[in-house]
Design a protein around this ligand. Structure first.
Ligand SMILES: [Zn+2]
Length: 291
């Protein structure tokens, strides 16, 4: 009696152990795949086309001028085709492991700081619920904008205008150098000059871009984190200087889409497509989105 009780109890306990073991194994493998799929599998890179505009005015488009109607047509196309504009801050946060990106992101940029960015761009950004980065040349704002204020075809933004753009919450600002936006100063944009030592170059670039950062700080109380190379002219030696001045993103004129990952370095050397006014919205957008 004692012996048979002991055997049956032993068998019962063995069966119970087997069931518990099987359940643990199931929970372990199911749980592991559930909790680790998001962490361990790398997220695929996000394709980001970036559009480069300059001036927006009139009814005679050119390589670097689009009409307000063309700009509206572009924003309408993007909106109707499911594209959402992303800000530099969103991209920076994403690369630092914070937040996500929309399914079909696009970035809108405008170079040189034309006054018409305030008159024509801002209302359209509001109408289509979009954002843009406007990259300003410091010397244009300090010297030229004050002389010819508020002529849409050629005036530049004053500091008051820039404050309105920044205050809209739809425009981020980029540093497009203080006074290196030239092809006739002995260097191409902010590229290293022939015969210039690396030390001389780093000092010249550092002084120029920090001067504009100081003006942003004094006039608006902010420091842009986007640096935009004039004419897309890039020198290898520029990047350490740009990083030292607190920039987390650089914009070039290389006509290619970007692959955004969780690596902050992927924001240096962002490619952009020049939106010439000499093509249609449909042709341009199909090219940059590959749709
Ligand atoms: Zn420019």
């Amino acid at each position: 009696m004692y012996r048979s009780y002991s055997v049956s109890r032993f068998l019962w306990l063995l069966a119970a152990d087997a069931v518990i073991f099987a359940l643990c194994a199931v929970f372990f493998f199911v749980g592991r795949s559930f909790f680790t799929s998001a962490d361990s599998e790398p997220e695929p890179p996000v394709r980001l086309p970036v559009i480069m505009y300059h001036s927006v005015y009139g009814d005679t488009p050119s390589e670097y001028v689009v009409t307000p109607a063309q700009l509206e047509s572009d924003l309408r196309w993007l909106s109707e085709n499911g594209y959402k504009s992303v800000t530099a801050e969103q991209l920076i946060a994403y690369t630092q492991g914070r937040g996500g990106l929309p399914l079909k992101p696009v970035m809108i940029t405008l170079d040189d700081g034309y006054y018409n960015n305030l008159t024509y761009l801002l209302p359209l950004l509001e109408k289509y619920d979009m954002t843009a980065v406007v990259s300003v040349v410091g010397s244009y704002t300090d010297n030229d904008a004050a002389c010819d204020p508020h002529i849409p075809c050629y005036s530049y933004l004053t500091w008051d205008d820039i404050a309105l753009l920044a205050g809209s919450g739809r425009v981020e600002l980029g540093n497009h150098t203080y006074d290196m936006h030239s092809l006739y100063s002995g260097r191409t944009g902010c590229k290293r000059k022939e015969g210039e030592s690396e030390g001389e170059y780093r000092q010249a670039l550092g002084e120029d871009i920090s001067r504009l950062q100081c003006e942003f700080s004094a006039n608006l109380g902010l420091a842009p984190r986007v640096f935009t190379y004039p004419f897309g002219a890039v020198s290898r030696e520029s990047l350490p200087v740009i990083r030292e001045n607190g920039f987390l993103m650089t914009l070039t004129c290389r006509e290619r889409a970007n692959l955004i990952t969780r690596d902050p370095d992927c924001l240096y050397g962002i490619g952009r497509f020049n939106r010439s006014g000499l093509t249609t919205t449909e042709t341009f957008m199909r090219r940059i989105t590959q749709e």
